[in-house]
Design a protein around this ligand. Structure first.
Ligand code: 13P
Ligand code: SF4
Length: 311
């Protein structure tokens, strides 16, 4: 039944959820959701996870339509990994500031300067950038990916903080970092973490590896967003402070009830664009399909395949 796009704006959340679930069944669609999305989006998710989990779900999905609730590079990765599916997004302009810090021409020149280096791209990058790289990685497997390479020199693009974290863990390699960063994580400094320690003496601190080295040095754990859920479940401590995008605190509260979570107020506005109304509109219209030029997608897929082959 077609509701008419105008009426979507008048619908309550319960109505929106019902209609989205109806349409999912009718159209054989799945909704893949990143941990940082608004809690209302969790209600219609078939899977909620970090970049690696989302890539795996997208690759293995047998649905006809994948609605991706995250930022654009994540949806683009889904389209590369499962090219026969229709991948659609509520807002195609929901980008990642860090992914936008690499220009293809500059990367080509950079590679020419370091011809003997392997090129590793963090998944937070465009399809064009992935197509120029040897292997992809995410926050949960970056260290293992770099350790697996035969080359001693490794260009790492775009996150300089994640690059520094890898360098610390894999000292036998020479990491040549691109100078990108995530503005949400990069603003946190050691002084702030010391204040958190002082004000929350019973809490363990979990940081995302996109944070500065001085922050990671003071954290009890460094892990991906889904890794944070595992840590909070497994550690005996019942109080945590998470140094990552603000949405993670709500996700942790739901996944690990009975424990206390505090976190940063730093918000990734691109991650927060989606709401239930825009998800419904996206499913109704099937507009904003994610398309990746075929040759680019084929080369980017090689970078993903090499990452998955490591498992
Ligand atoms: P995760 O893969 O750890 O969820 O990180 C994605 C991201 O964009 C963090 O800012
Ligand atoms: Fe990109 Fe940072 Fe937003 Fe993650 S939090 S999507 S790295 S801008």
């Amino acid at each position: 039944m077609y509701m008419g796009l105008c009426s979507i704006g008048l619908m309550q959340n319960t109505e929106l959820i019902l209609r989205i679930n109806e349409l999912k069944r009718e159209k054989n669609a799945v909704i893949l959701v990143h941990n940082y999305q608004r809690p209302e989006i969790y209600e219609v998710a078939d899977f909620i996870g970090d970049s690696l989990g989302l890539c795996e779900r997208a690759r293995d999905s047998d649905a006809d339509i994948i609605v991706f609730c995250g930022v654009y590079f994540m949806a683009e990765s889904a389209a590369i990994l499962n090219p026969d599916k229709k991948v659609i997004v509520p807002f195609s302009d929901a980008g990642c500031a860090m992914a936008d810090m690499v220009q293809v021409e500059k990367l080509i020149q950079f590679k020419k300067k370091h011809k003997d280096a392997a090129v590793v791209c963090y998944v937070n990058s465009t399809a064009e950038v992935k197509a120029l790289c040897d292997i992809c990685c995410t926050s949960s497997n970056a260290v293992a990916v770099v350790r697996s390479l035969k080359e001693k020199k490794v260009i790492f693009v775009p996150d300089k903080n994640l690059a520094a974290y890898i360098q610390d863990k894999v000292p036998e390699k020479e990491i040549i970092p691109w100078q990108g960063y995530c503005p949400i994580h990069h603003v946190v400094d050691a002084k702030y973490v010391e204040e958190i320690r002082r004000d929350n003496p019973n809490a363990k601190i979990i940081a995302h590896p996109e944070s500065k080295p001085e922050v990671l040095a003071l954290a009890d754990y460094v892990t991906s967003t889904s890794g944070m859920i595992d840590v909070a479940r497994e550690d005996d401590c019942d109080e945590f402070f998470v140094l990552t995008e603000c949405g993670m605190t709500e996700r942790l509260k739901r996944e690990v009830p009975g424990k206390k979570f505090k976190g940063l107020c730093n918000m990734c506005f691109d991650m927060k664009k989606n709401d239930l109304a825009s998800v419904l509109r996206c499913l109704e219209t099937e507009k904003d399909r994610v398309r990746v030029e075929r040759a680019t997608a084929r080369r980017a897929l090689l970078a993903f395949d090499r990452m998955f082959a490591l498992k």
